[in-house]
Design a protein around this ligand. Structure first.
Ligand SMILES: CC(C)(COP(=O)(O)OP(=O)(O)OC[C@H]1O[C@@H](n2cnc3c(N)ncnc32)[C@H](O)[C@@H]1OP(=O)(O)O)[C@@H](O)C(=O)NCCC(=O)NCCS
Length: 285
């Protein structure tokens, strides 16, 4: 049997996105859960950059692999149509993707494997990838729970858009919270708003809010380490969820690292519910 041919797309046309959405539907009917395809990102792929690999069998999209290059290591997310699995398509897509990333000088990647099925984990392990971490995907539908009790540290908190003068503080907050300041300002996605939290004229926290249609996402919420545990995170999240609703979002989603019980408790208290969990496997190129 011949393998489907792999197309390396630069930018994505509407037809290519529709084929990916159709593949996603077929995969979810079979596996459940969700695929972390970041539709906001797929809708804004720069036309001069190769980030998406599509395995075609005639007119049928048999597999897809997307490169999501926003942090330290690029993340790879994708899937193979259930009726095309175990024929080497996932391997061929991954090999071609790793080739591209090697040309860009990248040394390692993170494979995103949804827990709704075992196949991603088994595939990653068969490729010699090692478990890095796992993240819960959480969702708030409708109104956030609250408002939280005011506390001395939350009086006078102001959430405002970040400006260039905030850059150094935001990078240091993100470095401190996630060991990675590179994602600061999220300038790559036009749907993203970089926000800072101000108290007594000092920046004490940061987060990004992405708004697209009736869906919003919160990313990289970080509060200065000496001010944590005083209700600032909860107050900010509540305020930002209200603002997202005011701007037309019905759902707000976020991801939290498995094991970060403190953050999980905070999100649950604002009304977020656990939807799915994804494992991240690290693979050297
Ligand atoms: C993971 C996925 C992309 C693999 O695609 P695929 O085309 O079936 O993968 P391949 O045929 O190239 O498999 C390569 C090897 O991985 C391992 N593997 C893949 N799927 C497996 C499974 N369900 N059970 C056990 N081993 C598996 C095997 O060692 C396989 O080699 P073999 O078939 O010769 O034994 C596909 O199962 C899928 O779409 N899963 C749901 C989405 C997902 O998890 N994506 C994240 C990928 S990290």
């Amino acid at each position: 049997m011949t393998l489907p041919s792999i197309e390396v797309a630069r930018g994505l046309t509407g037809a290519q996105r529709e084929a990916i959405a159709d593949l996603e539907r077929r995969v979810l009917v079979h596996d459940g859960g969700r695929l972390k395809l970041e539709w906001g990102v797929l809708g804004q792929r720069p036309p001069d950059e190769a980030n998406d690999l599509l395995a075609w069998d005639g007119d049928t999209l048999a597999g897809f692999c997307g490169i999501y290059d926003f942090g330290k290591d690029p993340e790879l997310s994708g899937a193979v149509d259930p009726s095309y699995r175990r024929r080497g398509i996932g391997s061929a897509l991954l090999d071609r993707t790793l080739e591209l990333l090697a040309q860009r000088g990248r040394r390692s990647v993170l494979l995103v494997a949804p827990r709704a099925t075992d196949s991603g984990r088994r595939f990653a392990q068969a490729r010699g990838a090692t478990f890095d971490h796992a993240e819960h995907h959480m969702e708030l539908e409708g109104q956030p729970t609250g408002p939280p009790e005011p506390r001395p540290s939350t009086v006078g908190l102001l959430v405002r858009p970040a400006i260039e003068a905030d850059r150094a503080t935001v990078v240091s907050l993100l470095e401190d919270a996630f060991g990675d300041g590179a994602a600061a300002f999220g300038a790559t996605d036009p749907h993203d708003l970089a926000l800072v939290v101000e108290r007594d004229s000092a920046v004490v926290g940061t987060l990004r809010l992405s708004l697209e249609g009736n869906a919003a996402g919160v990313y990289g919420l970080a509060v200065r380490s000496d001010l944590r545990g005083r209700g600032i995170g909860r107050a900010v999240l509540y305020q930002v969820c209200l603002e997202a609703r005011r701007r037309g979002a019905y759902t707000v989603t976020l991801e939290v690292e498995v094991g970060n019980d403190h953050a999980l408790g905070l999100y649950t208290s604002v009304g977020f519910e656990l939807r799915t969990t994804e494992d991240y496997f690290s693979l050297a190129i």
